[in-house]
Write a protein that binds this ligand. Structure first.
Ligand code: AMP
Ligand code: GLY
Length: 434
């Protein structure tokens, strides 16, 4: 099966490894890919923001399946353009991708379909927003979200009225271009955050979905969740204290109304939805939709999934998914990010990486190869990923692997999964204070 994989990071590298391990023989082409992805298949230079660029290549080379990694191509309409050629695409249409591409659209969708989420106001003019901040009654922080895509930087938790005003004015002045000229204000939700991925295959007369194990990301750069937010410094899953009743609750409260909502609204689903969930005192509430796999959550999920990934993604892309339990290894998986010096403010590039022989799987995210030597080439450089019978054992494999990979200035969190492990060891449940 010839597969065109769109993207270039750790998520795509993990997908590529899994696709190549499929029982179905896979010929992999990545675009724009990376030096590391080039070692797993062919690499082509395509402009993922231009659906025509991808469609042109597809019309010439006839892949059996296109798999979209990041959200930007989907919001731009790449999946529509590929499907228009009669080529299956794992990835949502532009209309459905608005669930990630517009926070205001997503909030409307949630409220229309009765999905529990934070109270919100959508504002597109300065005076209304300033008045809203002046009369804010939902407590602090005031959550401000740029409506459109802002490379993960469009959400600010303002701790004071003054900070909210500054943020709001900067957004309205075009800090993220048109993406921030509409702003969603949200009441703060307090609780434990988790990532729930669901494969969805929905159209007018078919609605199927399959849950992947719930994971937890660690967004702050430093241990104990201190320091600035990053794209994610490590993840693990499933959560040891999340029981089948808890999963059932998320299925009933969040997933089913989402799938039914897509169908009622005449939207198609042909990919994954990644629900950002906050488990509050009232139960699970939806923070956001992503129309793509999470990074580094994918690195965890690919360790756990015991399926022929190429066949599974093609099932979704061709609208043949049947709602079912996916085959999973009875393990806990963990992915730890090795990040560059200066990340997340910047990223020191071009530093030589020493790679020994780690027991954990080495996943390339932001590297490049020069004269046979791997160099840092992005913020999140490498991941170590593994699975083991339980979380403690998986953490131990990572600990044993860490000395095998290093470079000057490398940043790593060694507490991935530790808070959850302590929570579980203390006999606490998801409903207990986090
Ligand atoms: P989002 O891109 O909407 O997921 O927001 C980024 C991060 O901001 C989330 O992962 C949460 O940690 C945090 N966040 C978003 N919305 C809220 C909220 N209503 N209350 C508290 N934290 C939030
Ligand atoms: N790890 C969070 C994300 O992919 O958005």
């Amino acid at each position: 099966m010839k597969i065109l994989l769109l993207g270039s990071g750790g998520r795509e590298y993990a997908l590529a490894l899994k696709l190549r391990a499929s029982a179905t023989p896979v010929e992999l082409v990545s675009a724009p890919g990376s030096d590391a992805l080039a070692e797993l298949g062919q690499r082509v230079e395509l402009d993922l923001e231009q659906p025509a660029s991808v469609a042109e290549w597809c019309a010439l080379h006839h892949p059996d399946l296109v798999v979209a990694g990041p959200e930007v191509p989907l919001v731009a309409g790449v999946a529509d353009a590929v499907r228009a050629l009669g080529i299956p695409c794992f990835g949502h249409d532009a209309a459905t991708a608005r669930l990630e591409g517009s926070k205001a659209f997503a909030k409307d969708f949630m409220s229309r379909h009765g999905i529990p989420c934070a109270a919100s106001h959508t504002v597109s003019d300065l005076a209304t927003g300033e008045a809203l901040i002046g009369s804010w009654s939902h407590g602090f922080p005031i959550v401000l979200k740029a409506d459109g895509l802002a490379a993960g930087k469009g959400v600010v938790l303002a701790q004071s009225e003054a900070e909210a005003l500054d943020t709001f004015r900067a957004f309205m002045a075009g800090q993220f271009g048109d993406a921030s000229r509409t702003v969603v204000f949200e009441a703060p939700l307090v609780g434990m955050e988790l990532s729930l991925h669901v494969l969805v295959d929905v159209d007018a007369d078919h609605a199927a979905y399959a849950l992947l194990p719930a994971c937890q990301d660690h967004k702050r750069i430093f241990e104990q969740d201190r320091g600035p937010n990053t794209g994610g410094m490590g993840a693990f899953g499933p959560l040891p204290f999340l029981h089948s009743g808890d999963i059932e609750r998320m299925r009933v409260d969040l997933v089913q109304p989402t799938v039914r909502g897509l169908q009622k609204d005449g939207l198609t689903g042909r990919g994954v939805l990644f629900l950002g969930v906050m488990w509050t005192a009232k139960g699970p509430e939806l923070l956001e939709y992503n129309v793509r796999f999470g990074d580094p959550e994918t690195q965890v999920l690919m360790q756990l999934l015991d399926e022929d990934l190429a066949a599974l993604l093609l099932e979704v892309a061709e609208g043949r998914l049947a709602s079912r339990d996916l085959k999973l290894k009875p393990h806990t998986a963990i992915a730890v990010v090795l990040a560059a010096e200066d990340y997340p403010e910047g990223a020191r590039k071009g530093v030589s990486i020493t790679i020994g022989n780690p027991q954990a799987t080495l996943i390339h995210a932001g590297t490049r190869k020069q004269d046979g030597q791997w160099l840092t080439n992005g913020g999140r450089v490498l991941n170590l990923a593994t699975s083991a019978p339980d979380l403690a054992a998986a953490r131990a494999v990572i600990e044993a692997s860490l000395p095998e990979v290093h470079w000057p200035g490398m940043q790593v969190r060694r507490d991935i999964g530790l808070k959850a492990l302590r929570h579980a060891e203390a006999g606490r449940t998801v409903q207990d204070p986090w």
